[in-house]
Design a protein around this ligand. Sequence first.
Ligand SMILES: Cc1cc2nc3c(=O)[nH]c(=O)nc-3n(C[C@H](O)[C@H](O)[C@@H](O)COP(=O)(O)OP(=O)(O)OC[C@H]3O[C@@H](n4cnc5c(N)ncnc54)[C@H](O)[C@@H]3O)c2cc1C
Length: 494
Amino acid sequence: METSPRRNNKQSIHKNPWFLGTVVCIFVVSVLLNIPIEKRRYGFTQSKLTTDYTGLLPERIDRIVKVGGRSELQKIVNEANEKRQHISIAGLQHSQGGHTYYKESIVLDMKTFNKILEIDKQQKIIKVETGATWEDVQEAIQPYGLALKVTQSQSIFTIGGSLSVNAHGRDIRFGPMAGTVREMTILTPTGEMKTVTKNDSEEWMKYIFGGYGLFGVILDVTLELTENDVYTIHTEELKTSEYEDYFSNLLSNDNTSMHYARVSVAPNSFLNEMYVIDYKNTGKKDHQTQLKKERGARIGKLALDIGRQGGGLENLFWENQKLLIKSLDGDEITRNNAMRGNSAFMEFTKPGRVEVLQEFFVPVEKFEEYIRDLKRFLPSNDKNDDFKIHNITVRYAAKDDYSYLNYAKEDMFGLVILIQHGLKEEEINNAKAIIQGWTDLTLKHGGGYYLPYYHYQTKEQFRKTYPSWERFHEEKLKRDPNGVFKNIFYDYYF
Ligand SMILES: Cc1cc2nc3c(=O)[nH]c(=O)nc-3n(C[C@H](O)[C@H](O)[C@@H](O)COP(=O)(O)OP(=O)(O)OC[C@H]3O[C@@H](n4cnc5c(N)ncnc54)[C@H](O)[C@@H]3O)c2cc1C
């Protein structure tokens, strides 16, 4: 007698769509809120070992100097030069091959050296200290309706770090980042403070850009700016075999200012499918739109984590990415916001594994045959392999005559690869072997690889990719005879 009303009550609860909907919503929200967005632990501590973004090269340093003023810095450099101490320079340490520290070195932490010194709206230039991030610069120039000419897809890096790797990003019109620097003040290895330009007969800039902090400290730079234009986003799905033609049309059509692309690494469409994202001029300028904040990190991470499983789930991830990209088609965005990609969703902290970046460059007109060769070299399904590829994006890197250690000896496509592998010795060796094979294949097509990342490559591959290495080295010995500026990257390759 007592049981039937309760049963009825239960049935009616289960039949109630509002109740079920609420339960599902609570479940989904609590799953999303519980996706951890923990930050990788890297950087400096005096008691423990120092590492950079991947943590692959732990090392003990002597001390960290939080850079405050120029005369203090000059004193440190002069003293190191006299006493034959080593100095390394660190921005935000997103480089991954020990570029920012060295055994028992004094590390200059540039993050505090971040003042905006001058903005000239008429001339469209900004003078800024180099520990500032691109984000800091964007915040300062956005109210004037100004924007950067060249930066990376994210704005989280320091200016000094980006110039010292000679970074590239989504802009396809303004050439290499180095070309946007009008003037800079540097502190040389022998303690001189110098203001240099591109016409300086000693060519300091050519060694400083892409110089990985080996030719001195960049104290401030005067950067050329452009207008904060408004773009419409155009997206399109392509076959990788169609990309070369697509891009050459894009480049000769003045209407598009920025561009990047993504290539499928999902088993069903591996290196066959891609999509492009173009930023087309609308003719409008913007002074009002706020700089966008990082959004959707948890959902982004959930999606990437699904892709990280490989196999069928990677197919699902790719199909979802395509839908997401398609949904952006026709949206408007400011130039400043197009240069502020999200980054938090990429954080990866699984014990015993590491996620690293590598970037390969290939001449623009070699892309199609390069991808054809790559398809034969890489397995299309890495679900059961230790070495896994999660993502390939493509950017354009225009010919660079501004630096000696240059990766773009002609117009290149840069393929940025997100890779995961284990940390056991044999797993690292396996990753090394694959990446070295991949580098040989790239060299065969007249390409090369980028230097801010972990050095899986051999010295021989470095010398082939960067034939000016010898000149770079000779100048290093001449301009820094006591080896004041040193880092693990230099020690490995030179
Ligand atoms: C998630 C992610 C995304 C990335 N995306 C891109 C991209 O889109 N395009 C691209 O080109 N690269 C990209 N990179 C590479 C990155 O741009 C470079 O590692 C660099 O720009 C990072 O800046 P940072 O402040 O972390 O420099 P750091 O890693 O701290 O330093 C890099 C180099 O610069 C030197 N240095 C730093 N400050 C100074 C200074 N004031 N004077 C002299 N030398 C100095 C250091 O000694 C070091 O050799 C990416 C890296 C990561 C991890």
